[in-house]
Each structure stands twice: as structure tokens, then as C-alpha cells.
Design a protein around this ligand. Structure first.
Ligand code: TXA
Ligand code: MG
Length: 384
């Protein structure tokens, strides 16, 4: 395959949509921007097209895909008897289009390659204008997992997709940096007595629980665990190591506790003393700009390596040791941290750090999704 070409998002870019929809109609797989992360899309109604997704990202064959729609009419056309369960009605009104995925009964129109033989299908109505326009132009729903190579951090820039899938797909549509930066929230309100968040994401628990039907909303692994799931997980977000940088990652999960900064500092110093040449740190700090999409990261290649002051951390390093810092954003704005999270992990990976030390944040609002991803990515978590 030739290198995929980049196309900038332009509201009038009908030609791009034309080209993309033609590829999709031929059962090809392409990368598209969404408001959460980039997606790797193909025709959700065609087994051959869906198989192409698993192949391109080397995804385990038992990890089901999300189906993306661009209208409720399209949704009804793929549901058994065209019925949307009443329990979801308010959530759909409130959060669609947007970063919420719901589990629905599967009809025969949905190939088993999508659902991996589960009785439910995960559906999402994205808000990103390019994704919406493209699905609508295609006239069929698009299956789309995140457009990373399996196991890697999800892509929030078109260049991340290129890094992982170069020469594997014919087209990446560049829509700039994804505004949420973490994947959609996946909820199941039909398979259990009380609705459950299977994967926290762009729509927060605090927002969802306000919906009358979701008053008793649980969060999987926090206040709800299904024994059967633990033995044979059907939501492989729970099963596979995920979102991981190449470097070994240590999560310092001591947010808000007295002496938290000292503990992070001590961990950095431990890595330094252990002789690591390149140490990456991913920390909270001052707020990013208001438009939220600026690459504000700073390399701290200190000229005086005797004592580097990193984000108020005091660490003594040897001459040939580098500490590379990426500031995620203000911890009191978890949406900023979410937006920068995967970009920060990939930024440090590109600089070939030997290890990454990450500062945990509070699990409020988008912080729940951030900590969920960090826990799955970390090879070691420090809690004390
Ligand atoms: O924001 C998003 O959701 C992005 C963008 C591209 O839309 N997509 C995404 O897809 O994150 P993926 O494949 O990376 O994550 C899909 C998650 C997986 O954890 C999968 O296990 C779960 O949804 N899932 C899909 N179908 C399911 C089902 N029938 N039952 C339970 N979990 C399901
Ligand atoms: Mg994914």
C-alpha cells in the first residue's frame, strides 16, 4: 500500500467525504476523527469489511466493536423490530450525539464479527462533524474501534494513527486533536438489574446519574462486579493490557494525600538512582490554554544536571541522565487531563524514555476515565 495521505478537515470538503465513502463502500478500512479518539472505520454490516479492522490493528478476535450511527432512523433500521429500549430514551436525548455508547439487543443484520457472539451490540452516535457527515453519506453504520495498534494508547491526533498503522490503511482523515481525548463511556442498562458503566469515558458518572432511569447507576469494578465476567470477560477492556506506552509505567496513585508530591519526587529519584538514562514524567501543573488543543509540552533537558527542578520536584541527576516532563494540565480541570493523556504517553514514548512516572488524579468527573486508563496501562501502581 501507498502511504496514507492526510486531508485537513474542512466543512466544505465534499471531495474528501466522496473519496472516503467510496473506500468504505468497497469494504476498505480507513481512519476517521471522532470527538473522543480517532476511529478505525469500516462498513458495520459487512463481515469482510469488519475483518479488515481486526487485521489492521491486530485486535484480538474476541474483543467486540462499537457500531457508529448518524441518525436514530439508522439506529432503528438495525435493531430487532426497530425498537429502542425505553430505559435509554432520556440518555439518548441528553447525550447523543456525543461520547456515550449503549448496549442494545443485537439483530441478525449485525454480523457476529462485530459482537463476538454476544447477544448485545454497542452503539454510539458520534458528534464529530466529519464522522457524522461520513456515516450519513455512506448510508450504512460504521464499525470503529480506536485507531491504534492493539494495546497501544489510543490516537488523539492523526499523526498517532500514522505511527501505528502506516501502510496498513489507505486513508487517514485529519480532524486535528480530539476534543475529549478518552474513549466514549460504555453503559449497559439492559443486561443487569441496575445500569452499569462498563467503561468510564467522555460522559461522566456525575452527568449520567442525574438521568432518572440511571439513578442507581453502578461503575464496574468500583461498586459492581460480575463473577461470571471476572472468569470469562465479555468486555475485553477488562481483559487485555491496554492503552500502554512502550516504556514501563509507574502510576503514583496518591492524589490529594498529605505528602503526595514527596512520594512522586521519591519515585523519580529512585529511577534516577537506578541508573535510567531517560526518565519521562507525566504530571499535572498549570492550566493549558483555553482552546485546550495547544502542544504546550516542554522538554526539560537541563544544562545543569546537578539538581533539576521539575515541576517543583527536586531531583539530583547525573550528567547523562535526562528527565523529560510532559504537563497534562490543571488537576482541577480533569477534562484537560483527559484530552492530553494519550498524547502525553505517546510524546514520552517517541522520546524513547526508559520509564514513565505518572501522577494520579482524583476520580471525579473525567478523572474516573483517566484513572481507569492509567491503571490498565501501568506496570506498577504505588498507593500508600
Ligand atoms: O470513543 C469510542 O468509543 C471510540 C471511538 C472510535 O468511537 N471507540 C472505541 O472502541 O473506543 P474500542 O473498540 O477501542 O472500545 C470498545 C469497547 C471495548 O472495551 C469493548 O469490549 C466494548 O466496547 N464493547 C463493544 N461491544 C460490546 C458488547 N456487546 N458488550 C460489552 N462490551 C462491548
Ligand atoms: Mg481501544
Amino acid at each position: 500500500l501507498e502511504d496514507p495521505h492526510f486531508i485537513t478537515t474542512d466543512p466544505n470538503a465534499l471531495q474528501i467525504l466522496e473519496h472516503a465513502s467510496k473506500l468504505l463502500a468497497e469494504d476498505q478500512v480507513i481512519a476517521i476523527p471522532t470527538e473522543t479518539v480517532y476511529g478505525l472505520a469500516s462498513n458495520a454490516l459487512r463481515p469482510e469489511a469488519i475483518k479488515g479492522i481486526y487485521k489492521a490493528k491486530n485486535r484480538p478476535l474476541d474483543n467486540p466493536l462499537i457500531v457508529h450511527i448518524s441518525s436514530l432512523k439508522m439506529l432503528r433500521s438495525i435493531l430487532p423490530n426497530g425498537e429502542i429500549p425505553i430505559v435509554y430514551e432520556s440518555a439518548i436525548k441528553r447525550f447523543w450525539p456525543g461520547p456515550l455508547t449503549i448496549l442494545l439487543p443485537k439483530s441478525d443484520l449485525i454480523p457476529s464479527e462485530i459482537t463476538c457472539n454476544q447477544p448485545t451490540v454497542a452503539i454510539r452516535f458520534p458528534s464529530h462533524p466529519v464522522a457524522r457527515a461520513l456515516i450519513s453519506k455512506c448510508g450504512f453504520p460504521l464499525a470503529a474501534p480506536s485507531a491504534n495498534a492493539s494495546g497501544r494508547p489510543s490516537p488523539t491526533l492523526a499523526s498517532h494513527v500514522l505511527t501505528d498503522l502506516n501502510k496498513k490503511i489507505p486513508l487517514i482523515i485529519d480532524g486535528g486533536q480530539c476534543s475529549f481525548g478518552v474513549e466514549s463511556t460504555v453503559i449497559d442498562a439492559i443486561g443487569t438489574k441496575d445500569p452499569v458503566i462498563l467503561r468510564p469515558g467522555g460522559v461522566t458518572y456525575e452527568e449520567l446519574v442525574k438521568i432518572p432511569e440511571f439513578e442507581r447507576l453502578r461503575v464496574y469494578n468500583k461498586d459492581y462486579v460480575d463473577k461470571k465476567q471476572e472468569i470469562a470477560p465479555t468486555t475485553p477492556g477488562m481483559k487485555y493490557r491496554h492503552y500502554s506506552p512502550n516504556a514501563k509505567m509507574v502510576l503514583v496513585d496518591v492524589c490529594g494525600r498529605v505528602g503526595a508530591r514527596d512520594i512522586i519526587e521519591r519515585e523519580i529519584q529512585k529511577m534516577v538512582n537506578g541508573g535510567m538514562d531517560n526518565i519521562g514524567i507525566l504530571v499535572t501543573g498549570s492550566s493549558k490554554t483555553s482552546n485546550g488543543a495547544q502542544p504546550m509540552s516542554v522538554d526539560n533537558f537541563y544544562s545543569n544536571k546537578e539538581c533539576a527542578i521539575i515541576n517543583d520536584f527536586k531531583v539530583s541527576t547525573a550528567n547523562d541522565q535526562n528527565i523529560i516532563e510532559y504537563t497534562l494540565g490543571d488537576s482541577s480541570h480533569p477534562e484537560e487531563i483527559a484530552r492530553e493523556l494519550f498524547k502525553g504517553l505517546r510524546y514520552l514514548d517517541e522520546r524513547k524514555v526508559d520509564c514513565i512516572i505518572v501522577e494520579g488524579i482524583s476520580e471525579e468527573k473525567e478523572g474516573l476515565a483517566v484513572m481507569n486508563r492509567l491503571r490498565k496501562a501501568a506496570s506498577k501502581t504505588i498507593v500508600e
